[in-house]
Design a protein around this ligand. Structure first.
Ligand code: AMP
Length: 294
């Protein structure tokens, strides 16, 4: 595996692969990799002749007072893990490479980027859209892989890809969890032992709503109520939001009559944890639709 730090080099690698007729997969990450990231890389390696993985802690998606400086980093361990998974290129640009002096152009996130996490993290999805467009431009992949742990991010990027006629197809990947149900996240490293012990309740709360929907319940307020009641039972949690929204535009629903994202975010000590379930009341189900829909 090669490590590449400049956009020019990344473009040259991708151009050479394409010349040989090789398909290219890209997995954008912020590093401090875990098995959730690993599952995206494995899928890319299985589906493409070449895989590039970017590790870039993107300053543009952090707001003032957020954890940009504290964000965990371990480039040596990340490189060894990616090599073991069969990635071909680790793309690790410095912030000054991605945002050189005078950088001034940003991608305005679509309306759905202002909902859910967007309301407590203004500008976050603008930063995400900007960096992902730049990474797609650098690596020119056939496919780019994203985790549904960050479901809103996937839906925002899918809209950007459609609106801007991007060539790459964006592939959604299921959330990888710890044994107790907690979604894997680099930010879980912020949790104290007591917070870590409380954290799986977020998943349990969402699973409660999913059980209600699978049992035929269609009242969005009730589904959200189940999530909020469960979260309220843990004093370490501070609720940010729990909402049931349509996956097409992230607008809140009152009746669950279409594919629905039930998403929640909580503050837990220094960490802000998010998780979600996607429920589709139609017989074809969410996974099949999403696979074709990116
Ligand atoms: P991050 O490094 O947190 O920016 O994540 C990079 C990519 O990995 C994003 O597409 C995430 O959605 C995805 N990802 C992060 N955690 C998980 C997980 N537990 N399961 C699946 N994908 C994940």
């Amino acid at each position: 595996m090669e490590t590449v730090t400049s956009v020019r080099e990344m473009k040259a690698r991708s151009r050479a692969w394409r010349k040989q007729g090789l398909s290219v997969g890209l997995v954008p990450t912020m590093g401090f990799l875990h098995r959730g990231h690993g599952s995206l890389v494995e899928r890319s390696v299985a589906e493409n002749a070449r895989t590039a993985v970017s590790v870039f802690v993107n300053p543009a998606q952090f707001g003032p007072g957020e954890d940009l400086d504290a964000y965990p980093r371990d480039p040596g361990r990340d490189a060894a893990y990616l090599k073991s998974l069969g990635a071909n290129v680790l793309f690790m640009p410095a912030p000054s490479e991605m945002y050189p002096p005078g950088f001034a152009t940003f991608v305005e996130a679509p309306e759905l980027g202002r909902r859910l996490c967007g309301s407590s993290r203004p500008g976050h999805f603008r930063g995400v859209c900007t960096v992902v467009l730049k990474l797609l431009n650098a690596a020119s992949p056939d496919r780019a892989y994203f985790g549904l742990k960050d479901a809103q991010q996937f839906f925002v990027l899918r809209r950007m890809a459609r609106d801007l006629d991007l060539d790459a197809s964006l592939v959604p990947c299921e959330t990888v969890r710890e044994e107790d149900g907690l979604a894997m996240s680099s930010r879980n490293s912020y949790l104290t032992p007591a917070e870590r012990a409380a954290a799986p309740l977020l998943r349990k709360a969402l699973a409660g709503a999913e059980g209600y929907l699978k049992g035929g319940g269609r009242d969005a307020a009730r589904a959200c109520g189940i999530v909020k009641e469960t979260l309220a039972s843990e004093p370490l949690f501070e609720l940010d939001y729990a909402e049931a929204v349509s996956t097409s535009d992230l607008v809140p629903l009152s009746v669950i009559d279409r594919e629905t994202l039930v998403a929640a975010a909580v503050r837990l000590g220094r960490a802000r944890l998010i998780d979600n379930v996607i429920f589709d009341p139609s017989p074809s189900g969410p996974a099949r639709k999403r696979r074709g829909g990116a």
